[in-house]
Design a protein around this ligand. Structure first.
Ligand SMILES: Nc1nc2c(ncn2[C@@H]2O[C@H](COP(=O)(O)OP(=O)(O)OP(=O)(O)O)[C@@H](O)[C@H]2O)c(=O)[nH]1
Ligand SMILES: [Mg+2]
Length: 362
């Protein structure tokens, strides 16, 4: 087991020693690809080891709380959900994931409190890999810190190492493997990663022949992420807790998190909590859809909560399978519609606060 971890450490050391310049560019690209491959292998070894750690998804969306020990993750869970997670003034109070439900604007949002993570969590320290892996299933990650803690970007890096990429989206790359013919790259002119780097990275992933389509500017990292299976892209925010202890606190700009939205709160006094709830709701990009009976009666109490971009089809499917089979058309109306009423089919996109009447064949 130590074998892979040692190899990763060696590459990390070498990367730290190597200055980035034109001459070392390919070497660095290769090292990073190698490391990524090893991390994937490590991930495979650890599969199934998360006994008692996985949390079934419930509600309309899932949000994970990730951070160093003792910053107030459990206090926050207790503040915004119906759950009760143990709080203590020492590290490692929480020993396993604790889920709770936050009800906001009609949406049921699952919040998962996680044990604190430490540096090197991704290589297993303090059951770190398992903890980090729980966050894979989230729709949003809240990186929690407090006014006394530094080194927040290290947590982002630990997540990266288990294949969780924050606040970036998947790049438009496709690779069609072939049996022979070498590597052919189809890429825009402005691409600033040269073909030798691309070929070297592919080689590390044992791809010798393929057509590679790159449809936007990418870095070597983007390609590596694409090749290492199981990379997930999740939006994230930085939450600074215990602001009551230091009301003027500003997080120092650390590379890797400088573009994160920062929300300052106090789980103890309640400061900033309503803003946080609103930001969580907004980042999840949810829409609420109300069902309206043919009589015109609208159920405003219990909206259906869907992800932005959802179609009429998704609503009908939620109601029942039979309804999908007997669907004729839907009537839409709502505050975000230009027309009073709209007659649409299954593949019509819904907007927040639409009311929907479904007309069936029988
Ligand atoms: N002053 C102040 N103290 C807080 C606040 N939130 C939490 N605390 C205290 O910080 C300590 C740690 O709180 P927890 O909620 O257990 O922290 P945690 O991040 O869940 O800790 P682990 O489970 O060990 O990772 C407790 O003593 C809390 O009372 C806050 O907003 N202000
Ligand atoms: Mg805790």
């Amino acid at each position: 087991m130590g074998g892979i971890e040692d190899k990763i450490k060696d590459i990390e050391t070498e990367l730290k020693k190597t200055q980035y310049n034109k001459a070392t560019e390919h070497h660095i690209g290769r090292l990073k690809a190698k490391m990524s491959k090893l991390q994937m292998d490590l991930e495979m070894q650890h599969k199934g080891g998360g006994e008692g750690f996985s949390i079934p998804k419930t509600g309309d969306a899932t949000v994970s709380l990730i951070g160093y020990p003792n910053v107030g993750k459990s206090s926050l869970l207790n503040r915004i959900t119906d759950a009760e997670s143990e709080v203590g003034n020492f590290s490692f109070t929480t020993l396993k994931p604790i889920p709770g439900t936050m009800t906001y604007k009609g949406a049921q949002i699952q919040i998962v409190d996680l044990p604190g993570v430490i540096e090197n969590a991704s290589s297993g320290a303090g059951r770190g890999r398992e903890i980090l892996s729980v966050a894979r299933n989230s729709d949003l990650i809240l990186v929690i810190s407090d006014t006394r803690t530094t080194g927040i970007s290290k947590i982002v890096n630990e997540l990266y190492k288990v294949g969780i990429v924050l606040n970036r989206s998947r790049k438009n790359i496709s690779i069609k493997k072939k049996h022979s013919g070498g590597i052919k790259i189809y890429a825009p002119r402005y691409l600033n990663t040269d073909s030798e780097t691309i070929i070297n990275i592919l080689k590390e992933f044992k791809i010798a022949s393929a057509d590679v389509y790159i449809r936007q500017n990418i870095t070597a990292e983007d390609l590596i992420e694409h090749l290492r299976s199981g990379t997930v892209y999740i939006p994230a925010m930085l939450v600074i807790n215990k602001i009551d202890l230091d009301p003027g606190y500003e997080p120092i700009g650390e590379p890797g998190i400088s573009d994160f939205k920062v929300i300052k709160i106090s789980a103890q006094t309640g400061y900033g909590i309503e803003d946080l709830k609103e930001e969580i709701y907004r980042s999840l990009d949810l829409i609420r859809v109300y069902m309206r009976e043919k009589s015109g009666k609208i159920d405003l109490e219990r909206p259906l909560v869907l992800t932005s971009g959802a179609m009429v089809r998704d609503v009908v499917r939620r109601i029942s399978r039979e309804m999908l089979a007997s669907f004729r058309y839907a009537i839409l109306s709502g505050p975000n519609r230009k027309f009073r009423e709209l007659r649409v089919g299954l593949d019509y996109e819904l907007l927040d606060e639409d009311s929907v009447t479904i007309i069936s064949r029988y």
